[in-house]
Design a protein around this ligand. Structure first.
Ligand SMILES: C[S@@+](CC[C@H](N)C(=O)[O-])C[C@H]1O[C@@H](n2cnc3c(N)ncnc32)[C@H](O)[C@@H]1O
Length: 276
């Protein structure tokens, strides 16, 4: 099957318009592979026919198409220095300084804004539960996990992972937060309900409206803006800034930076930024 330059361009524009993701020639192979699969599933014969489908029924096809083209690589405690910072600096400071709100509890809100299959929000939940262990009853903890890809959100919601995904997690944490399956599922683990109950998974395209009120104490925006152009990145940073509580933290991925927006935050660690 041939992918003409014209069809490739059309698809790149469609991806940009719907997701903000910028695809260039280096992604041509990847796009070819992933779309060939969809074209077969749709029982079509060519990229041209698929482009026509996108032109005529773009809205219906969008979800399926987006799920196929997103890159969802993630892992538990990925870029562990962020979780170490939460444990050693941020959570002790919050424990010390948070005051009780109207419901009689200390409010803690975290947003994992490109949560993929859930390893990131579950790692956040483990980190928080470990730090607040002795005073959990005093806290009202909510972690919002959002992604544009409905498949990865569904996976995250199940809380079920292959055993090898948690290999690197310390034994003590594995024991406290994961159940091993039995019989046919003996190579899978399921996260404990005490983690699940702190997390809400929701579909959200970062380019669209953000219906939540905030403010958030911590926002994870890791390994997603790398796919966007500078203009989209700067727009998002301004919106993240608005969503953060004063003193709140923004975590970026290892190869990401705030660009011009750096002046509005203080850099408190490797890819860790604090709103003044
Ligand atoms: C590489 S994963 C990063 C996962 C996790 N944050 C981490 O660092 O391990 C990037 C995620 O961003 C999501 N994504 C891409 N474009 C998005 C958009 N416009 N809105 C929301 N999520 C998006 C993808 O679906 C994917 O799950």
């Amino acid at each position: 099957m041939q992918l003409t330059t014209e069809d490739f361009k059309f698809i790149c524009q469609f991806v940009y318009r719907t997701t903000g993701i910028v695809l260039n020639d280096s992604k041509r192979e990847m796009l070819y592979r992933r779309l060939t699969r969809i074209i077969r599933e749709r029982k079509l014969n060519s990229f041209a026919e698929y482009c026509q489908l996108l032109r005529e029924h773009g809205e219906q096809e969008e979800d399926y198409f987006i799920n196929a083209i997103t890159t969802n690589l993630t892992s538990f405690f990925r870029e562990n220095h962020h979780f170490e910072y939460l444990t050693s600096e941020e959570l002790p400071a919050l424990i010390k300084n948070k005051t009780v709100s109207a419901n009689g509890k200390k409010r803690l809100r975290v947003w994992s804004s490109a949560s993929s299959t859930g390893e990131e929000p579950y790692s956040i939940a483990i980190t928080i539960l470990e730090a607040l262990k002795n005073e959990l009853a005093q806290w009202d903890i909510k972690i919002l996990a959002t992604d544009i890809d409905s498949n990865v959100l569904a996976k995250g919601k199940t809380g079920i992972y292959d055993m090898n995904r948690i290999e690197e997690i310390p034994k003590k944490l594995k024991k406290s937060y994961f159940f091993q399956g039995s019989g046919k599922s003996s190579q899978s683990v399921k996260v404990h309900d005490k983690l699940k109950s702190t997390i809400t998974f929701k579909h959200l395209n970062l380019l669209h409206d953000w219906p939540m009120k905030g403010p958030f104490d911590v926002i994870f925006c890791r390994n997603v803006i790398i796919y966007f152009d500078k203009k989209t990145q700067q727009e998002l940073f301004s919106r993240y800034y608005e969503m953060l509580a004063p003193g709140g933290l923004l975590f970026l991925g290892h190869s990401e930076n705030l660009g011009n927006y750096q002046q509005y935050f203080s850099n408190v660690g490797r890819t860790i930024f604090r709103k003044p």
